[in-house]
Write a protein that binds this ligand. Structure first.
Ligand code: ZN
Length: 444
C-alpha cells in the first residue's frame, strides 16, 4: 500500500533507515501534553444551573455534576484537518466541557491524535511527503483552527506515537486476560464475547467493519470482526520496538490506552475506582462502529470493567445536499474560510444553528445567514439601554441543558436582538455577553 520505496527515497530523505525505522517514537511522551492549543479566557456567569441532559446511546440522561467529570473525545487523523464536520464535533463537546465546568465539575478532558494510521501513510505516499512532516503540519493547522473557533483546549492532547510503551503494556495485559491471538506475525483482539452488545446488526457490522479500516476476510482470524491490535512491520512502514515484535498499533487500541492513561492516571493498570473507567466517550456518529465499540471493548478487556458511562455522538455535516467526504473531494476547511476572511464567530454561530446530533447540510447561505445574525446581535449587545436580558438568559440556559439545544438558544437570542428597541429599561448587556461567551464560546 505504501508501495514504492524509490519514490519516497527521492523525496529528499537521505536515509531510508531514518525515514522508516524508529526504535523510539518521533515525539516523546513529555511533548504529548504540551502540544495542546492556548487556553482561553472563560468569563464567569453566576446562576443556578439545571443538570445537563444529554442524549447518549442509552437515551436522554442527566449528567451528575457533583465531582470529577472525565471526557474523552476522539481526535483527528492529521491529514485533512480541519473540515466543517470536525469543527462541528469539537464545538459540540466544547459546549459540554463549558457547561460541566460552569456547573462546578472539575472536567478532565483528553483528546488523541491518530498520527500513525493507514490513511495518513497513504496520503503521505500519494503526495510524496514525509508522513511526520505531514502530520505535524496538519496538527498545527488544527490547533490554530480550534483556537480561532474558541474551542477550549484539552488537558492532554496526545499523539498515538507518544504512547507506544503504554500500548505494549496494555496488549500484554489483554494477553494475560485471554483476549489476544496471533495471525502470522500480527496480533488480533478476540472480540466475540462483546458481540452481544453490538450497536448494529451483525450483517451491518461486517459491512461497516470492512469499509472503515477492518479486514473481515483475512484468513486465520477467529471471527471476521476481530480488529488488529499490533501490525508486524511491513518492509517500508514506520514501526516501533515492542515486546510483541517490531511494528505499529491498530487504530482502536490507541484510543483505549490514551483514554485510560490520561483520564485515570499512569497507574491505571493497578488502580482504578468506580463502576466505569471514564464518564464520557465522544465523537462523530461515524465512530459508533467499529471504532467506539472496539476501543470500549478493548478497554474492558484491559481493565475488566465497562469503559465509558455514556457515549455521545454528533451528526454528520453535508455540503449542498451531498455527504461531505474525502472521496467526493467536497470538504470545506475551516482554514480556507478563515483565509477568505470569514469571522470565526460567524463560523461557530453557523455550526451552532443546527442541532449537534442531527445530520445537517452546509451551503454558502449558512454563512450569509450567520453573518447577518451576528451583525444584528453585536449591534444589540453594544447598546447602552436594552430590553431586560434575564428572560433570554434563562431561555438560553434551559435550551443548553436540554441536550444542547443550540437552535432554540440562538432563536431566543435572535428574538431578543430583534426587539431590543422595545421598552429599553436595562442598562448594559454584560451578563448576557458573559453567558454567550462562557457557555457557547460566542465572544461577540
Ligand atoms: Zn478514538
Amino acid at each position: 500500500m505504501l508501495g514504492d520505496i524509490r519514490s519516497l527515497a527521492m523525496s529528499g530523505h537521505q536515509s531510508l533507515g531514518l525515514l522508516f525505522r524508529y526504535d523510539r517514537p518521533p515525539m516523546s511522551a513529555s511533548d504529548s501534553v504540551s502540544v495542546s492549543w492556548p487556553s482561553l479566557f472563560v468569563p464567569t456567569y453566576d446562576a443556578h444551573l439545571p443538570p445537563l441532559n444529554l442524549r447518549n446511546s442509552a437515551g436522554i440522561e442527566a449528567v451528575d455534576s457533583s465531582e470529577l467529570f472525565t471526557m474523552y473525545v476522539c481526535g483527528i487523523t492529521p491529514y485533512d484537518a480541519t473540515h466543517l464536520g470536525h469543527a462541528a464535533t469539537y464545538i459540540s463537546f466544547d459546549l459540554i466541557n463549558r457547561y460541566m465546568r460552569a456547573s462546578g465539575s472539575t472536567v478532565r478532558f483528553v483528546e488523541n491524535i491518530t498520527d500513525i494510521d493507514e490513511p495518513l501513510l497513504e496520503r503521505a505516499h500519494r503526495d510524496n511527503v514525509d508522513w511526520i512532516a505531514l502530520a505535524q503540519s496538519q496538527i498545527d493547522l488544527f490547533r490554530s483552527d480550534m483556537t480561532a473557533l474558541h474551542v477550549l483546549p484539552p488537558d492532554s492532547f496526545v499523539p498515538a506515537t507518544s504512547v507506544m510503551e503504554l500500548i505494549d503494556r496494555a496488549i500484554s495485559r489483554m494477553t494475560e486476560n485471554g483476549f489476544v491471538y496471533r495471525v502470522e506475525n500480527d496480533l488480533y483482539f478476540d472480540s466475540s464475547s462483546f458481540h452481544k452488545d453490538l450497536p448494529v446488526t451483525m450483517e451491518e457490522a461486517l459491512t461497516t467493519f470492512g469499509e472503515r479500516g477492518g479486514d473481515p476476510d483475512r484468513v486465520g482470524k477467529k471471527h471476521p470482526l476481530d480488529p488488529v491490535l499490533w501490525w508486524a512491520n511491513k518492509n517500508d512502514e514506520p514501526g516501533w520496538a515492542s515486546s510483541h515484535g517490531f511494528g505499529r498499533p491498530g487504530w482502536h487500541i490507541e484510543c483505549s490506552v490514551i483514554a485510560l492513561r490520561y483520564l485515570i492516571g499512569a497507574d491505571y493498570l493497578e488502580s482504578s475506582t468506580g463502576d466505569f473507567a471514564i464518564d464520557l466517550q465522544g465523537g462523530g456518529s461515524d465512530l459508533i462502529f467499529p471504532h467506539h465499540f472496539m476501543s470500549g471493548a478493548q478497554a474492558k478487556a484491559i481493565l475488566g470493567k465497562p469503559f465509558a458511562r455514556r457515549y455521545v455522538h454528533t451528526g454528520m455535516v453535508g455540503l449542498d445536499g451531498e455527504k461531505m467526504s474525502k472521496s467526493k473531494g467536497n470538504l470545506v476547511f475551516v482554514s480556507t474560510l478563515l483565509k477568505d476572511g470569514v469571522d470565526p464567530v460567524v463560523i461557530r454561530y453557523a455550526l451552532l444553528k443546527d442541532h449537534y446530533q442531527s445530520d445537517r447540510m452546509w451551503s454558502s447561505s449558512s454563512l450569509d445567514q450567520a453573518r447577518e445574525s451576528v451583525a444584528k446581535i453585536r449591534s444589540a449587545l453594544s447598546r447602552e439601554y436594552v430590553r431586560a436580558t434575564d428572560s433570554v438568559e434563562n431561555q438560553i440556559i434551559a435550551a443548553l441543558a436540554n441536550n444542547l439545544d443550540t437552535p432554540s438558544a440562538l432563536s431566543a437570542l435572535e428574538a431578543w436582538a430583534q426587539e431590543v428597541d422595545a421598552q429599553p429599561h436595562q442598562k448594559g448587556t454584560g451578563a448576557l455577553s458573559r453567558l454567550l461567551d462562557g457557555f457557547m464560546g460566542l465572544a461577540f
